[in-house]
Write a protein that binds this ligand. Structure first.
Ligand code: ATR
Length: 295
């Protein structure tokens, strides 16, 4: 059931820059419609950090129930929060704000969103080997998901090894019992992966292969793809990336980033409204999002 906008309509929104191509408004408004809530979600293009502060406090003054926060403000927004949940603290980034009695509370739903996407597809991380491709902003939540999910061994492949090492060092303090190995993309990572004797789950977090670079492959060697049982790409444009094609042609299952986007949004929605969204509702919205992106 959908509500016409009226005097009781609650407002939620996205703070970021740029936001014009964000899928979050379509996703969040579909969730509100599916749940029969009188809410609307808008994208706000925030020019700089000064405007971010104004938006956060102005939003509260106007009774905004919650915000999503995206690039480039996921760290900067932490300054205005009364409380930050432990996972967001570990990752060092907040993408969801909810106003509570004493102020804004911050959460990171990228990590639980990825874990739920894996569960939705029947992919079990517990006790498995996980290879993370990339060590930029998006890799933080993916690495945290692999650690929280109980991977037995983690490999970070990155063009710049020192960046992977910094990331590993940071998380090693939080999860000292799960080994994290870092190898450069120009080094021999295949031997290390083969030695481990198991299949690998890959989480692709770089922007390589994103439209218009549709032939871009984040990892070049064919042998690598032969070792993967599953590959998740954070990219969803194109719908099937060159990375996904390689995983599939070597017999693995591959998924694009729409599921991670969907489930991080669902987790934010669940936090704001204190509800649980079923897989059935999630599936309906995923189908809608896929159709919208093909148009
Ligand atoms: P962020 O803003 O998320 O930090 P970024 O700096 O663009 O994004 O980097 C994202 C990831 O994509 C990094 O792991 C980056 O590798 P480096 O650390 O070596 O820079 C990786 N990346 C970006 N372009 C790449 C390319 N052409 N080949 C390989 N890796 C690439």
């Amino acid at each position: 059931m959908s509500f016409e906008i009226n005097a009781r309509t609650e407002l939620l929104g996205l703070l970021g820059h740029p936001v014009a191509h964000s899928v979050s408004p379509a996703l969040q408004n579909s969730l509100a419609e599916a749940c029969g809530l009188n809410q609307r979600y808008l994208a706000f293009d925030i020019a700089d950090e000064e405007a971010l502060e104004d938006a956060v406090w102005g939003g509260h003054a106007m009774g905004v129930r919650g915000f999503n926060v995206t690039v480039p403000y996921k760290k900067a927004v932490m300054e205005y929060l009364e409380e930050i949940d432990p996972i967001a603290k570990k990752i060092g980034a907040v993408n969801t704000l909810k106003w509570e009695e004493n102020g804004w509370h911050g959460y990171n739903t990228d990590m639980p969103g990825l874990l739920r996407a894996l569960a939705y597809d029947g992919v079990e991380i517990q006790g498995k080997n996980v290879v993370l491709i990339g060590a930029g902003g998006a890799a933080n939540a993916a690495l945290c998901a692999a650690l929280e999910g109980g991977a037995s061994k983690i490999l970070i492949l990155n063009r710049t090894v020192s960046r992977a090492e910094e990331l590993a060092e940071h998380f090693n303090k939080e999860y000292p019992f799960i080994p994290i190995r870092c190898i450069g993309l120009s080094e021999d990572y295949v031997s290390y992966m083969k030695e481990s004797g198991k299949e690998w789950i890959a989480l692709q977090t770089t922007s390589v292969g994103m439209h218009p670079d549709v032939n871009g492959l984040p990892v070049a060697g064919e042998a690598f793809y032969g070792l993967l049982s599953v590959g998740y790409d954070i990219i969803f444009n194109p719908e099937e990336t060159a990375f996904m094609k390689q995983v599939k042609s070597h017999g693995g299952r591959a998924f694009n980033g729409l599921r991670m986007l969907l489930f991080q949004g669902i987790r934010s929605y669940e936090i704001w409204n204190e509800v649980s969204i079923t897989d059935t509702v999630a599936r309906d919205i995923l189908v809608k999002m896929e159709a919208a992106l093909r148009r």
